[in-house]
Write a protein that binds this ligand. Sequence first.
Ligand code: GDP
Length: 327
Amino acid sequence: MLDRHRLVYVAGHEGMVGSALVRKLRQKGFNNFILRKRAELDLTDSVQTRDFFREHSPDYVYLAAAQVGGIYANNTYPADFIWNNLSIQSNVLKYAMEFKVRKLLFLGSSCIYPRMAPQPIKEEYLLTGLLEPTNEPYAIAKIAGIISCQSFNRQYGTNFISVMPTNLYGPNDNYDQLNAHVLPSLLRRFHEAQLQKQDKVVNWGSGSPRREFLHVDDLADACCFLMDHYDQSGIVNIGSGQDITIGELAELIADVVGFRGIIEWDRTKPDGTPRKLLDVSKLTALGWSYSISLEDGIRMTYEDFLRQPARARGMFAHDRSGDNQGA
Ligand code: GDP
């Protein structure tokens, strides 16, 4: 069990995952945080990162700072995705080792697995085949992160654990039309279609790829659980163990938003990997399973979306690019 009074650093606390981690850690009794906004601390800068660790010496670190995005962003900014992610994690891992962090959790991604991996995907399928080309640079960076954690543990005796979350959604997500992941993109598209009384919505691809989705509050709960109970180098999948087609997801979102028009598919846009479902038996055997159903999670996320006044009116004054530190 982690000591609730020790100093916790959540890297990327402004993002969807990092902010969920801070909420969950507070609920679990942690009360001693060091948090730095991206504008205050650039983790791609090794000098700034070293000075931060030297000055504050956090005890526990959650590495949720990353450049993340959907299929379009990954395909359009491949150099940014590989360089920013490699730089952030190299700096944080090195200085976490050097300044004696007691335990660190590294957030990977389910896209580290081979494109044609057998389903559901077990942890041991890592590095057994070729990756999905649309997000290979991001996946390679995350794989380097996993191997870095394992190597630091082996050579320097650190306690760095790595988790592989499935597709996540929830509050503080990126709703940018081009760069976001599918769930927030669809939520926004159906919401705006509803506002503008459109009778048709066009989504990307064929609608037939299968994806698994997990609410970010469940992810944060699983991360806290593993920090308390897991001390090995082997990676751990975090998901619900259930998947649906993108077509079914669109129906579910249309239902939550109240859209009753026609749903069409633009097959000139890429589908990405045909299926991505994690095998979560390792996590289940350790004693954790998810609790927020996809339907409840989408409803909660839509309520949160509507709480932002500009969003509710269909106005996005500050659309972000794919560059969104906070995995
Ligand atoms: P992936 O899981 O890494 O492929 O990333 P995404 O979440 O971006 O996309 C998942 C699937 O949803 C792909 O098959 C996309 O073609 C499909 N999709 C349908 N409409 C959209 C959309 O508006 N935005 C995104 N990002 N994906 C969409």
